[in-house]
Design a protein around this ligand. Structure first.
Ligand code: MN
Length: 227
């Protein structure tokens, strides 16, 4: 069988490198910071974090602007540490999981919160709430060889210069290597997979014209306007 079309390939730039990082799959962790779990009405002592995903086509490095998506009146920002894998495997130990990390980025897990609330109420999937076009803007990747292992440091998001989200990577319920090890019990992870590792408290609405500025010490900075 011969394809009569070419599959689009998503790849991400890497800081100070010629090479691009080809994206395979995009996994996300829900409720990985206790204070965010609480603001969403959950009890982090009773419920573990969990996984969902976005299509690879959702992630990109914006050139100053991100389009406001259709079918929502309540688009929320979720600033997150993004981890890119250059190798994978299944049922990985925590030590083996560490060796899978190629690098990091700061990304936004954009969420159509109104659609998510309806999906939760109806017991339906989250895909339309989470996996829409341009729902995963992120900064260029930084190789772990260059920035070192990141397990602490500030993660922040401001809207029009006003700080909305502030947390520390050390507050993550599942650490990066634990996320990878846990995820590898559900999926055989592969080179090119990336993971949004959850957001700290302070999520809220973004509107057209707003300037979003997210940063993680060591992993980079992401600035754009919603249009
Ligand atoms: Mn999220």
């Amino acid at each position: 069988m011969k394809y009569i079309f070419e599959l689009p390939r998503v790849s991400l730039p890497v800081k100070d490198r010629e090479q691009q990082f080809p994206v395979n799959r995009v996994f996300c962790v829900g409720r990985n910071y206790a204070e965010h779990a609480k603001e969403m009405g959950a009890d982090p002592d009773r419920e573990a974090p969990f996984f969902f995903s976005k299509p690879a086509s959702a992630v990109f490095v914006p050139q100053g602007e991100v389009p406001y998506p259709p079918r929502t009146g309540d688009l929320h920002h979720e600033a997150e540490l993004v981890v890119a894998l250059h190798r994978g495997g299944h049922s990985l130990t925590v030590a083996a999981a560490r060796d899978c990390v190629f690098g990091y980025s700061v990304g936004i897990d954009f969420t159509r919160r109104d659609l998510q609330a309806e999906a939760k109420k109806q017991g339906r999937p989250w895909d339309t709430a989470k996996g829409f076009d341009a729902s995963g803007p992120m900064s260029e990747l930084v190789a772990v060889e260059d920035c070192g292992w990141l397990d602490r440091g500030a993660i922040t998001l401001s809207l029009n210069g006003e700080q909305k989200q502030q947390g520390d990577l050390s507050d993550m319920i599942w650490k990066v290597e634990e996320i990878i090890a846990e995820l590898s019990t559900y999926y055989t992870l592969q080179a090119g997979d990336i993971i949004f590792t959850g957001t700290p408290a302070g999520v809220g609405a973004v509107n057209r014209g707003d300037v979003v500025d997210a940063a993680i010490a060591g992993a980079g900075q992401l600035t754009f306007r919603m249009v």
